[in-house]
Design a protein around this ligand. Structure first.
Ligand SMILES: [Zn+2]
Length: 420
């Protein structure tokens, strides 16, 4: 009898420990965090409407919530404070990168992942020393110190870093912009990185560690993301990948609906790449969000948005084709912007404008039923978060941007984040 109950006890305790082991196994081991810089609610809606009205890939993800974006010192955040909140789970002042308002270094979720043996990657179509990628791996009181940001990135343990521009990685003598003699490209190569500058070079690169400093022949954000994932998925303990599409911010600052639609479409293609990868691989959480809204974009006439997909060139490229006396404005707008019924008032507005690009964008915005209320600045409205994969249900309701990294840490079993 005693022996039997002892055996039973043993079986029960074995079962219990097996159960507790199972529940201790994190739901996911990897995360792909996609950030549309400046991508407000209406940037997403405008793109959906422009493309015919079907939900975008990001809008088809099973869970979504709202994210408040204010910074420590302003109701309207900049990209540095917002990325710090997303990366480190702490509000800081505008302009600061992963340091507290008092200047204390803040651990980032990317750094926690590296510490736990995961791989990490940063992808952007902005410069790598732009505030959004920088706040995940750099600690600095000012986002404008590009040379120092580039130095910290080059010395980081991030395995894949893909972005645009090379200036801050090379000294003046080697064709760069650095005032010191540091050649960070050489240093990275010395540490085993492939350093590439074109889409073709990226395609041929074979090493697990990759830095992209792209110029005119930059790959798309989706292509960069594919290259990053091909490397990061080799990691046995999973990975953290941050991807930024910066065009929705640029579009918002420039009151440029063409650029907004192009950028959100580009990010959405990348969302599809991330979700396909996560489905194949499993154990991967995919998040799509923004750092803030830019431009105060309003949609007055949803039915008119498809006009924005008729343009075959950017506003700047369209204006470049104007003759000196702008006599050909109507012809160029017909050929390149799909507008074949320019009114005399619109024509005059563009012909007489001191800034013809702004005038073209104002005409196109009005025709597409789009209004800009932010005077080219960021606004303080909340942004969206969309989630897919294990743990995705955590990213619902009304959240603050400081909560996302803690919820990621919970899903990946990385302990309390940020540290109390
Ligand atoms: Zn901005």
């Amino acid at each position: 009898m005693l022996r039997r109950s002892l055996t039973l006890l043993l079986v029960v305790s074995l079962l219990l420990s097996a159960l507790s082991f199972a529940s201790a196994r994190p739901e996911a081991d990897s995360v792909i965090l996609l950030i549309g810089d400046g991508m407000g609610f209406n940037h997403i809606e405008l793109t959906r409407l422009a493309l015919g009205g079907n939900p975008l890939a990001m809008q088809r993800l099973p869970y979504s919530g709202l994210v408040a974006t204010h910074s420590a010192d302003s109701p309207v955040t900049d990209s540095a404070a917002a990325a710090t909140a997303l990366a480190a789970g702490v509000k800081t002042n505008n302009g600061m990168l992963a340091v507290s308002p008092g200047g204390q270094r803040l651990e980032t979720i990317l750094e926690r992942c590296l510490e736990k043996g995961k791989a990490a990657g940063l992808v952007t179509n902005d410069a790598l020393w732009g505030a959004t990628p920088a706040a995940f791996a750099v600690h600095l009181g000012s986002r404008g110190e590009y040379a120092e940001i580039a130095r910290q990135l080059a010395e980081s343990k991030v395995q894949v870093m893909l972005g645009c521009g090379a200036d801050e990685m090379k000294p003046k003598a080697a064709g760069g912009a650095r005032k010191d003699d540091l050649d960070l490209v050489k240093a990275l190569q010395g540490r085993g990185y492939d350093v590439v500058t074109t889409r073709e070079e990226m395609r041929k690169a074979a090493r697990p560690q990759l830095v992209g400093l792209f110029g005119d022949e930059a790959p798309s954000v989706a292509e960069m993301t594919e290259a990053a994932l091909a490397r990061l998925e080799q990691s046995k303990r999973g990975f953290f990948l941050m991807v930024e599409e910066c065009g929705s911010d640029g579009g918002g600052h420039g009151s440029d609906p063409l650029r907004v639609v192009r950028a959100v479409r580009s990010l959405d293609k990348t969302v599809q790449v991330a979700v396909d990868h996560a489905r194949r691989r499993g154990r991967t959480l995919v998040l799509v969000t923004a750092d803030h809204e830019t431009g105060g974009l309003l949609i007055d006439a949803p039915a008119r948005a498809p006009l924005l997909t008729r343009a075959t060139a950017s506003a700047r490229e369209i204006v470049k084709q104007f003759s000196d006396n702008r006599a050909n404005v109507a012809v160029v707008l017909k050929e390149r912007a799909g507008v074949d019924d320019l009114t005399p008032a619109e024509l005059e507005k563009i012909q007489k404008a001191s800034n013809p690009t702004e005038a073209v964008l104002a005409v196109l915005s009005a025709r597409a039923g789009v209004r800009w209320t932010g005077q080219g600045h960021h606004t303080g409205v909340p942004v969206r978060v969309f989630a897919f994969g294990p743990g995705a249900e955590r990213f619902t309701g009304t959240l603050d941007n400081t909560q996302l990294s803690g919820l990621i840490a919970e899903t990946l079993g990385l302990g309390t984040f940020p540290k109390p």
